[in-house]
Structures are given as C-alpha cells and as structure tokens.
Ligand binder design. Structure first.
Ligand SMILES: Cc1cc2nc3c(=O)[nH]c(=O)nc-3n(C[C@H](O)[C@H](O)[C@H](O)COP(=O)(O)O)c2cc1C
Length: 325
C-alpha cells in the first residue's frame, strides 16, 4: 500500500507513519518552496530514524504544471528534493511529464542513487507512454473516483485498471488509485492484477492529516456519494490553472448549488468569500473522493493502514474458499 501525496493534507508525520506501518508514504508539493520541502523531508528522516546519508523511506509528489513554472525559476524544486535523497518521486498532471522524469535520471546518473519514479495515469495512452517512453518504475492508475485532481474523463477504476493491465502485460509496477477505502476493495484490485494500491481520501481524518478540523468534521458527517468532479471548486478557490481536461473531486455543497442556479463567477466568488469570513462550512472546498463515505471515525494513519491490510488478507483467504468449493 502507498499513501498518496495530498497537497494541503499530507504531512511528514503522515508519510512517515505510512512507511512505519509497512506501507510507503508520500508528502506533497504544490507551490511549496524548496526550503519548506527540504525541511519536510528532513522531518521525515528524523521520524523514521534514517541515518544522514541513507535514502529517506518516503516519496515526494510534484505537480507537472507547477514544475513548468518553478523549474525555470530561481527556486527549482527537483534538484532540491533529490538532494535530500527521498526513495521516490511522483509526478502528476502536466503537459509533458517525460522531461521531468529525464531530469531525475540525469541527476541520479551523476551520483550513486536511483530514485523510484511514480507517474499518475488516467487512461491507456498515458500509461503506455509513461511505461514505454519514459520508462517509469511505477504507474499510478487513477480512476475517476479519486479525490482531488484527475482527468475529468478518466474511467472508473474497475474499468481503467484492466484496460491498462491488458495494454502493459509485463509491467512496470502498477498501483490502483481512486475510491479505495475497504480491505475488500484492496483484495479485489490485487486479484484483478494490481501490484498494490494507493490510499488517499481514506486518510483525511487522521490526526496526521493537516486538513482543518472544520473540514474533517464535514467529512465525518458525509454520506456515500457526497462528492463530485467539477471545475467549480477551483474556480471559487482561485486555482483554475490546471491543464486542459483536469478537474477536481470534492464534497458537494453550496459551491455546486451556486453554479446550478446560474450565478456568474463574480457572484459565486462573493458568496464563497462571505461564507469563509463567517466561518461557515457550507462553501468550504474540501477535496475528497468517493472513499470518504466509509470514513466514520478519526483514526491514526497506522491504524487505518493496518486495518485495511488485515481486511484485505481476510477477504483473500475467504475468496480462496470459493475455489475449494
Ligand atoms: C486532498 C487531496 C489532495 C491531493 N493532492 C494531490 C497532489 O498534490 N498531487 C497528486 O499527484 N495527487 C493529489 N491528490 C490525488 C491523490 O494522489 C490520489 O490519486 C487520490 O487521493 C486517490 O484517490 P482517493 O482519494 O479516492 O483515495 C490529492 C487528493 C486529495 C484527496
């Protein structure tokens, strides 16, 4: 299992807890400056008690469209991150992620360290390109159910995963992501042929997650099918800068309703800002996927991941009885 990089949500504590629980944890960078990223990796190094020269057993998730700005600036993130020797790096959502994969390879070639490269893919073409052209080690096959950003036209995971597996029968490592919240789902995805799974939204109500308490409260009171994928959240959040075709899944609330009743952007921004100033939770942008329907309690990252592992093992043991019968 891998804990997803989630901007505004993951912390070094969460990534280290995931790795400590036998999974593998990521921190996330959006516009985070290099010096903060370096501090976060160093914090994870301390928590995981990793000696100073050894690779830190966590990964760093970077967004391609932001790298398009930062890597040409006087604060490029990739060299700063790689200098801290995280075990893995994760790229998502850019017009040409291949050039950033190449940058990692160049950096690694100059030293004795191989960084494992993960890339998110939302369709078969992206998967084939990342595997065959860029030769990444790990594909994260992200279905439409996923929380946060992804291609609006991505298929549901149960259709997307077998399509990618059929196109790439001999690898690379393939992880399933999107809407995963129970051990039964993990067992089903492994049985379908995934090498592992990525857990994102299921971890949003852990004490290690930096989501505000108000957002966690909303998640805990949310029901199944309370999220939608749309552009409206980025519009009122003033973050509508994502590449063509990428939008975000978040909790349905008055932000969606304001657009439905025909308010223009200016009116929607005004309502959003007023709600925020009053401290109301009905127009908060809460990035989250379908998985949150199963989040009913605040539990630690370690406890959630152990539970998922145990449930998955039980589900696979139970399903093996079908064969015997
Ligand atoms: C709050 C939140 C923030 C996210 N931020 C990022 C990010 O910074 N980079 C990224 O590649 N994916 C990001 N994602 C997507 C996750 O990497 C992952 O694909 C997704 O969480 C998996 O689906 P799930 O949330 O249904 O488990 C984010 C998801 C959430 C819920």
């Amino acid at each position: 299992m891998v804990s997803a990089p989630m901007y505004y949500a993951t912390t070094p504590e969460m990534a280290a807890a995931a790795t400590g629980a036998g999974a593998f944890g990521f921190i996330a960078a959006g516009f985070t400056p290099s010096n903060t990223l370096v501090k976060e990796i160093q914090a994870a190094r301390l928590i995981t008690k990793t000696p100073s020269k050894a690779p830190v057993p966590i990964g760093v998730g970077l967004l391609g469209w932001i790298l398009d700005k930062t890597e040409a600036s006087d604060d490029p993130r990739i060299p700063a991150v790689l200098a801290e020797r995280p075990v893995a790096i994760w790229f998502a959502f850019g017009v040409d992620l291949g050039k950033y994969v190449a940058r990692v390879r160049e950096y690694d070639a100059a030293r004795e360290h191989k960084t494992i490269v993960f890339v998110i893919v939302n369709n078969v073409d992206e998967a084939v390109r990342a595997a065959n052209e860029w030769k990444v080690e790990v594909l994260v096959v992200q279905g439409n159910e996923a929380g946060g950003h992804g291609r609006g036209d991505a298929l549901p995971l149960f259709t997307l995963l077998p399509s990618v597996l059929a196109a790439l029968p001999s690898g690379p490592v393939i992880l399933a992501a999107g809407g995963i919240s129970t051990g039964n789902q993990v067992a089903a995805l492994l049985t379908m042929g995934a090498d592992g799974v990525v857990i994102g939204s299921r971890l949003l109500c852990t004490p290690e997650c930096m989501y505000p308490e108000q957002s966690k409260e909303v998640i805990l009171n949310s029901k199944l099918s309370c999220t939608t994928r749309s552009d409206v959240f980025d519009e009122v959040n003033r973050t509508a800068m994502w590449p063509e075709g990428i939008n975000g899944r978040a909790i349905v609330n008055d932000i969606v309703q304001d657009e439905k009743i025909g308010l223009d952007l200016e009116e929607r921004l005004k309502k959003h800002d007023e709600s925020k100033a009053k401290g109301d939770s009905n127009r908060l942008v809460i990035w989250a996927g379908d998985a949150i329907g199963f989040v009913n309690d605040e539990e630690s990252t370690q406890s959630v991941l152990h539970q998922l592992h145990e449930e998955a093992v039980r589900a696979m043991q139970n399903s093996s009885k079908i064969l015997v019968a």
